[in-house]
Ligand binder design. Structure first.
Ligand code: PMP
Ligand code: GLN
Length: 384
């Protein structure tokens, strides 16, 4: 009898899939998995239809359509003041998740260590393990999910090859500022350590704060893969299209892996995104205000409830503490109870940790939703 020994024995179906499924079964408002319940811009959809009809349905160049890479380079120059070469530093990928996976495979060798800051996005660790590496988990400091620089420094060893950062941060919404990036640069300056900077929520930063991108940090950029997702920026998470910006040497290694994982991203969607970026620069400029209004509406609703919270500074996620409601339930049980019994699905925060802080009573709500959905959710949450 053959017996397959799992390479990922601790991995099951992701919490996002499980909660969305439970929400559907229970007929609950789905504020769990992060995706909009509203349409993407009509002009973007029209552009996709146009390119599908125009016969743009065969393989794109492996690194992505030159015209879309050009648009990314223009955006990077305009927003972060960095001139990047669209041919050697920008790669279009089928989603940020694929990019992260490829970057990890390009960097991590057997026995290497990668540092993640918990709570962290669920795809990082399996990617490191499949490459034969090991994740070292450093918790962010509560209550504001800030980096504990001493703990991070203590976690670095001669085997450390990679550090993941994610700002704006999923699930907490916390932001890294320029001073944080300077601290990080000082910490790894004389070491052979690379960065994956997961900036998929780069445009979802509120209250007039500017996103501190690694793309604007000369020293860190030289050792970084900066990853973003058109899915978040253009309300098309199902398009699974993103990009990576990295110095030429790193880009070359990333592409070696990318070409054998998926080879390319989807052609007509790349054309549509290139058209839309060129024709509608205002979309990105308006995004912070667009999502801030949703955050404010959702927080106004929550104020009438027994949840306690601090309005999130970034992303489309709001954390809420439910200790005043059901402190007897852990957060996984609470998320299920909210979904089944109260009709609002949420994501438990402990699943983003290797060792969740004892007694943590936090759930995550996604407010990338129509006003009507947020009002209905507010009504249900306030009634608990
Ligand atoms: N990183 C983080 C922090 C995310 O929240 C997401 C969204 N699912 C991703 C990466 C992946 O993005 P994509 O859907 O483009 O793969
Ligand atoms: N990033 C999304 C979230 O945090 C989910 C993406 C996924 O389902 N893999 O909700």
């Amino acid at each position: 009898m053959m017996q397959l020994i799992s390479k990922l024995p601790n991995v099951g179906t992701t919490i996002f899939t499980r909660m969305s499924q439970l929400a559907a079964e229970a007929g609950a408002l789905n504020l769990s998995q992060g995706f909009p319940d509203f349409d993407s811009p009509a002009a973007l959809i029209e552009a996709a239809v146009k390119h599908l009809r125009a016969g743009h349905n065969q393989y794109a160049p492996m690194a992505g359509l030159p015209r879309l890479r050009e648009q990314v380079a223009l955006k990077v120059a305009g927003l972060y003041g960095r001139g990047v070469n669209a041919d050697t530093e920008v790669t279009i990928v089928p989603g940020a998740t694929e990019a992260i996976f490829c970057a990890v495979q390009a960097l991590i060798r057997s026995g290497d260590e990668a540092i993640v800051l918990d709570p962290c996005y669920d795809s990082y660790e399996p990617a490191v393990e499949l490459a034969g590496g090991r994740c070292i988990h450093v918790p962010l400091a509560l209550p504001a999910f800030t980096v504990d620089w001493q703990r991070l420094a203590d976690a670095i060893t001669p085997r450390t090859r990679l550090i993941f950062i994610n700002s704006p941060h999923n699930p907490s919404g916390a932001l890294l500022g320029r001073a944080d990036l300077d601290q990080l640069a000082a910490l790894i300056r004389d070491r052979d350590i690379y960065l994956i900077s997961d900036e998929v929520y780069e445009h979802l930063v509120f209250d007039g704060v500017q996103h501190a991108s690694v793309l604007a940090h000369e020293e860190l950029y030289q050792r970084s893969f900066v990853v973003s997702s058109f899915g978040k920026t253009y309300h098309v998470t199902g398009w699974k299209t993103g990009y990576v910006v990295a110095p030429p040497v790193l880009t070359a290694e990333l592409r070696k892996v990318h070409q054998f994982v998926t080879f390319v991203a989807v052609t007509p969607l790349q054309h549509a995104l290139a058209d839309f970026m060129a024709d509608h620069p205002e979309h990105i400029a308006q995004l912070p205000a667009f999502y801030q209004a949703k955050r404010d509406l959702f927080c106004d609703q929550l104020r009438g409830s027994r949840f306690s919270f601090t309005p999130t500074p970034g992303t489309y996620f709001q954390l809420a503490d439910y200790s005043a409601i059901r402190s007897d339930l852990d957060d996984v049980a609470m998320a299920e109870w909210l979904t089944r019994e109260q009709g609002v699905a949420a994501i438990p925060v402990s699943v983003f940790y290797q060792s969740p802080p004892p007694g943590m009573r936090l759930v995550r709500f996604c407010f990338a939703k129509r006003e009507e959905t947020l009002l209905q959710a507010g009504e249900k949450l306030s009634a608990i």
